[in-house]
Design a protein around this ligand. Structure first.
Ligand SMILES: Cc1ncc(COP(=O)(O)O)c(C=O)c1O
Length: 458
């Protein structure tokens, strides 16, 4: 009998995160004067203990006991051998996935929400503001804040706010407050509404609103929290890949291919970075971040310096970017509608250590339904993008007659995204791809910014 679920005991959970900044070269984030940003300049936005993590180049960072204790509510997460999918595809490939949908909010997001809430509480912070796309991050942070007694305010991108009303309900159950973005509560929101009162919103605008609310609290007790993109978020997510490594060791397999969907880059990074270290040290692995064709940051946009948000409150980050004012079309994978990409993931793409793929919306849903009807789980629309790539790779393995080992991240469940599946079944979803002219126009915003250097880490 082949084992389906490879389980770790609670005391086998990793006790340190892996920090990829110890092993790769990076361009620094730049402040308004064009110089590298200092930790002090970030202090109104984040607590200093998280800023220290953001800039740390220590390879291994201890996970605090209190954080480990909460992560144990759902971790270690299962590594699953997708035997039924393998059968459905009649592929010689062995397919494994890390099931991150088992967390209370239903995705990988609490892996960083919990430590972020912990470090804010340690620093004496009473309220955290944030943005959310699909609502997974907003609910994860509301969940984490409720455990640490912190107030939580979430700006949720308008289109998702309308598509996923129960995400707001979840946030409220955990004591979070959720408003649609753009809202009239901030200057950034008012400006966006003036420009287009019917805008579907974007993560870029919602980030601006959340930063503005945090830094304008005169008590000094509010900070902002980001659910992806930043180095410390990628760091916290590496528990996924570190667990997966231990679990695969129990099977005797090692991945030939690693796949994760990429919005801001965090679930992909969490699974992939511990294996990227092996690749830097000489292992041969194909590593694919997968994005939607409707928001093709890594596959179509250039590697530049750009702002992480629309109102340009963030420093200039070295990343692939469609332009900070870019408003992606309102497709259902709300967590993948971001104009930029994590600087660490961008760096790896720029030097060819990982290779991005783009997937169209209909291929993504087709794969999602195939997975639901074989493995039983209903994936989040974001996750379906990774699944479509897995299906492609498994079919390729069949054509080549190779017994490849494919590892991917099941970043979240889709139980609150069923409206999207309804639309798929009633043929209301279309493939969205962006005209080149539209991409060129939106990229004008960073024409005059400094350019990052092309650095090689190995
Ligand atoms: C289930 C799920 N997967 C993936 C993502 C994409 O984010 P990231 O690239 O940071 O993992 C999101 C973001 O909201 C999400 O909710």
């Amino acid at each position: 009998m082949t084992t389906r679920k490879i389980i770790l005991a609670e005391d086998e959970m990793p006790r340190q995160w892996y920090n990829i900044l110890a092993d790769i070269k990076m361009n620094p984030p730049l402040g308004p004067d064009g110089n590298p940003v200092t930790p002090e300049a970030l202090a109104p936005v984040f607590p200093m203990n998280l800023i220290e993590q953001e800039v740390s180049t220590e390879r291994w960072i201890d996970i605090p006991e209190e954080v480990l204790d909460i992560l144990r509510i759902w971790r270690p997460s299962p590594l699953v051998r997708a035997l039924s999918l393998e059968k459905a595809l009649d592929t010689p490939a062995k397919i494994y996935f890390k099931n991150e949908s088992v967390s209370p909010p239903g995705s990988h997001k609490p892996n960083t929400a919990v430590p972020q809430a912990y470090y804010n509480r340690e620093f004496g912070i009473k309220k955290i503001t944030t943005e959310t796309g699909a609502g997974q991050w907003g609910s994860a942070l509301s969940f984490a804040c409720s455990l640490f007694g912190i107030e939580c305010k979430v700006f949720m991108v308008r289109v998702s706010f309308d598509q996923k009303p129960y995400r707001k309900s979840m946030m409220e159950v955990w004591g979070g407050k959720c408003v649609a973005s753009p809202s009239s509560e901030t200057k950034a929101g008012q400006e966006a509404l003036e420009k287009d009162p019917d805008t579907p919103g974007s993560l870029g605008i919602a980030i601006s609103e959340a930063i503005e609310e945090a830094v304008s609290d005169e008590t000094g007790n509010t900070r902002y929290s980001l659910g992806s993109v930043l180095n410390h978020v990628m760091l916290h997510q590496t528990i996924i890949g570190l667990e997966a490594k231990k679990q695969l060791e129990k099977t005797g397999d090692y991945p030939d291919v690693i796949i994760g969907c990429a919005g801001g880059g965090s679930n992909f990074a969490g699974l992939a970075f511990p294996f990227v270290l092996d690749k830097i040290n000489g292992k041969e692995i194909d590593i694919y971040p997968v994005e939607p064709a409707g928001c093709p940051t890594l596959t179509k946009a250039p590697f530049v310096y750009d702002h992480g948000d629309t109102a340009r409150y963030t420093p200039l980050l070295p990343m692939y970017s469609l332009g900070h004012t870019f408003v992606p079309p309102p497709f259902h994978a709300g967590g993948l509608r971001y104009h930029g990409m994590a600087p660490t993931v961008s760096q790896l793409v720029s030097e060819g250590l990982i290779e991005p793929k783009a997937i169209t919306q209909l291929d993504a849903y087709e794969a999602g339904v195939l997975l639901a009807r074989s493995e039983g789980l209903i994936p989040a629309p974001e996750t379906t993008h990774a699944l479509a790539c897995v299906v492609d790779e498994a079919r390729k393995a069949k054509e080549e007659g190779k017994e490849k080992v494919i590892l991917f991240n099941w970043s979240g469940h889709g139980l609150l995204d069923l409206m999207a599946y309804d639309k798929y079944f009633s043929n209301e979803l279309k493939n969205i791809s962006l005209p080149e002219a539209e991409i060129a126009e939106s990229e004008k915003v960073f024409e005059n910014f400094p350019k990052p250097e092309l650095l090689k880490s190995r």
